[in-house]
Structure formats: structure tokens, C-alpha cells
Design a protein around this ligand. Structure first.
Ligand SMILES: [Zn+2]
Length: 415
């Protein structure tokens, strides 16, 4: 038997060593309504029963309510002001280029996984898209035999040295699914059950993709089927003795107008009209290479303004626009949302529940949006589930739960 400490501290939080495997699931884009309606419709029989004895809480995610900032908040236990991942995409002040935030060089702290792994814990991480894998697995020594980290997207390209497993696809025994499919997420849960059996990790993290949630509203047949699929794996993980804790990186809302077209504020066009060309530069942190389901349209933007521009005046004018929920200057927005000031623009702009913010109409290809737009990014998508399948005790009181409290609750507050 290996020896290990009773607790592990990382990023100013302390976690108990798990006495049974803990499986943290980040259900991408899981607006609380999805699980509520799936349970009400009888599609999640395991979870319906489990939450009666466990915890069925709601939490706030990080704004911008996007995938990367929230996944990294969950796995570090801290907001982006601490870990540095403020979007899927940002304007790198060092290079002046707009770049993806997938590179671990942008991550400023260790993950909870690394802290436990360094003390001898076995860690398994399976995510849908490869864009998150290197951030989530950063610092893990996969050649140790105690860490597995791969994406279903690239499960056919894994190696022992890089992912802790040779040919993960063969272990799962499924075709590599399309990156735009429900199967990409099912692959994760199938892998999770097989890894629980073969490796029995101390901590497992499963992070899905929101492809279904972008297309299908809560309670619709396809959404219910997706949640029923997850429930069928939750029951298996539970039967293997795992404690399951579920949350989401962000919610999801409809973002279309009466005609069914995306309800967009093209902020770059607004600023160009207001200030003249080249005075403002809009960055959309939702941007990623997988735009088919959201057209790079979300409810959060940041704007860089030229030095001779009066930012307060621009902010006031934007606040007066219909569909704009809030406009902050950099310092105030970063204080409110706990974001790193060096990675946001002069203004932070959030749109209302059913509106999205784009750059200019010619820069968004909406031809591939087959269903009316559903998206996220704003404060309106901040409420997410926080569910534990085992009884909990001594929960912190008096504050708002955050999705990045989930390791604390799963490791420190399960009875
Ligand atoms: Zn997401």
C-alpha cells in the first residue's frame, strides 16, 4: 500500500484524500432545466433517487460563462483571476495576436489533479474535445502509470508517455465519434466506466461537450435522451463504489428573435459607427475552432479602445443600447467577475438573456446553424447544477456556491 497525506492543499484550499473514488462530471452547457426536466420526465431514474439522499444544489459559474474559464476554475478550485484562463480565446498582450487559450503556458497555477498526483493519487481525466486536454492534464506525469488523460476526439492517438494509455480507443471499443455528436460525450462515460474498472482512480474528471445543449432545449426528446444516456453510466459508476459530483461549466439559453434568426448585436460595427474605424477592437472569448453549433456568438465580449478614446463615454452609450445588460471598465469588470486584468480589454460587455454579441456580420458564418441559436457567455447563463450523489454534511453557509466549489464539497463534505 502506498502512503499518502490525509489532506492536500493547492491554490489556498485544502482537500481531504478521497476514501472512495470521486468522479467529478462537468456537463457542458447544462442549464439546470435539463436535469430537472429529464428527472421530471422519468429519464434519469438513478439521479432522481440519488439526489434524494445526496445534495441537489445550484451554483454560479464564472462569467464569461464559457467552457475553458469554467473547466479550469473547477479543476483549480479558483476563479480566472487566479488561474489566468479568462476565455477560450484572447488578445495576447505580449504578441498583439488573437490566440486560443488552449496552451498550458497561459495557466498560472497547478490543478487539483496535479497536487493529488504529486502525492501519489491515481488520476483519470477524459474530455470531449482535445482543446481542453492539455490544460486539464498539465503537470501530470502520465508515464507514472497513475495518470490517464485523453479526449474522445483523439482517443485513437494516445500514447503511454503522453496520455498514460496506449490506444484509448481500443480500451473503449468504439469508433471515434464526430466532434459534432452526442456520441463524443457518450464515449467519455464509457471510457470512465472502463477506467474505473481497470485503474480505479482516486479522482476522475469527465468533461463533456455542449453540442446537444446548443441545439436542443431542456425537456425535448433529444435532450432527454442525452441525459438518460448519462444516467445509465452514472448508475454503473455508483455501483462500482464511486461518489459522483455533477456540475456544469455554464448554462444555455435561446438567443434568437421572433423570426428564428440569431439576435445579434454586432459590437464591432457599433464601435466603428460610434468612433470611426480602427478605434475599437472587439474580442469574443467564445471563439474556438468548433463554431458550427454557435457561430462564435455568445453573450460576452471585451473591447480594446485606442488611447484617445473616452472609455467612460463609450460605456455609457453602450449601456443605453437595448440588449446590453452590463458594461464595465476593465478594473471593475475584472473585480466583479474575478478575471485577470491583463487578459481583458478596456471594456467588458455582457448582453441580455436572449441576445448575443458578435464582431461584424461578415465575420460570422451563420450558414451552418441548422437550428435556432442557443448559446451562453453572459450572467444569464451563470446558474448551474451542483449535485452530489451521496449524503453531504456541514456545507458552507452564507455564501453563493460556485461550480468551482465542487471538489471541496465532494472531498470535504460527503458524509
Ligand atoms: Zn461549455
Amino acid at each position: 500500500m502506498s502512503t499518502h497525506p490525509n489532506t492536500v492543499s493547492v491554490n489556498d484550499r485544502t482537500y481531504n484524500w478521497p476514501t472512495a473514488p470521486v468522479v467529478i462530471v462537468c456537463i457542458d452547457g447544462s442549464e439546470p432545466d435539463y436535469i430537472e426536466q429529464a428527472i421530471a420526465g422519468g429519464h434519469m431514474p438513478f439521479l432522481a433517487k440519488a439526489i434524494q439522499g445526496g445534495a441537489d444544489l445550484r451554483a454560479h459559474c464564472v462569467v464569461p460563462s464559457f467552457t475553458n474559464p469554467n473547466n479550469l476554475s473547477i479543476v483549480t478550485g479558483r476563479p480566472p483571476a487566479v488561474h489566468g484562463i479568462s476565455g477560450n480565446f484572447f488578445l495576447d498582450p505580449d504578441s498583439g495576436n488573437e490566440v486560443m487559450m488552449n496552451d498550458p503556458k497561459f495557466l498560472r497555477v497547478d490543478t487539483i489533479f496535479k497536487a493529488f498526483h504529486d502525492q501519489g493519487a491515481k488520476i483519470a481525466i477524459v474530455t470531449a474535445k482535445d482543446k481542453l486536454r492539455s490544460l486539464l492534464g498539465h503537470g501530470l506525469d502520465c508515464s507514472s502509470g497513475r495518470a490517464v488523460c485523453f479526449s474522445s476526439e483523439k482517443a485513437d492517438q494516445t500514447s503511454l508517455a503522453g496520455n498514460g494509455i496506449e490506444n484509448a480507443q481500443a480500451m473503449v471499443g468504439r469508433e471515434i465519434p464526430s466532434v459534432y455528436s452526442a456520441e463524443l460525450s457518450e464515449f467519455i462515460f464509457d471510457a470512465g466506466v472502463k477506467l474505473m474498472d481497470s485503474m480505479r482512480p482516486d479522482i476522475m474528471y469527465l468533461s463533456t461537450t455542449d453540442y446537444i445543449q446548443h441545439k436542443h432545449a431542456p425537456g425535448t426528446p433529444v435532450a432527454n435522451q442525452f441525459y438518460a444516456m448519462m444516467d445509465s453510466y452514472f448508475v454503473q459508476l455508483d455501483a462500482m463504489g464511486a461518489t459522483l459530483a455533477l456540475t456544469a461549466d455554464h448554462g444555455m439559453n435561446s438567443k434568437f428573435n421572433a423570426e428564428g434568426a440569431p439576435d445579434v448585436i454586432y459590437l464591432q460595427e457599433v464601435l466603428d459607427d460610434m468612433l470611426g474605424a480602427e478605434k475599437g477592437r472587439v474580442i469574443l472569448p467564445i471563439t474556438d475552432p468548433y463554431v458550427v453549433h454557435h457561430g462564435a456568438l455568445g453573450s460576452f465580449a471585451t473591447a480594446y479602445l485606442s488611447e484617445d478614446t473616452n472609455a467612460d463615454e463609450v460605456a455609457s452609450k453602450l449601456r443605453a443600447m437595448p440588449g446590453i445588460e452590463a458594461v464595465y471598465d476593465r478594473a471593475e469588470g475584472c473585480r466583479v467577475f474575478e478575471l485577470p486584468e491583463d487578459r481583458l480589454g478596456d471594456l467588458i460587455v455582457v448582453s441580455t438573456k436572449n441576445k448575443v454579441i458578435g464582431t461584424s456580420s461578415d465575420r460570422h458564418d451563420l450558414s451552418q446553424l441548422k437550428e435556432p441559436l442557443r448559446s451562453h457567455g453572459g450572467v444569464s447563463e451563470q446558474t448551474v447544477p451542483l449535485i452530489v450523489t451521496k449524503p453531504v454534511k456541514d456545507l458552507p453557509t452564507g455564501g453563493q456556491f460556485r461550480n468551482f466549489d465542487i471538489f471541496n464539497i465532494a472531498l470535504n463534505h460527503v458524509a
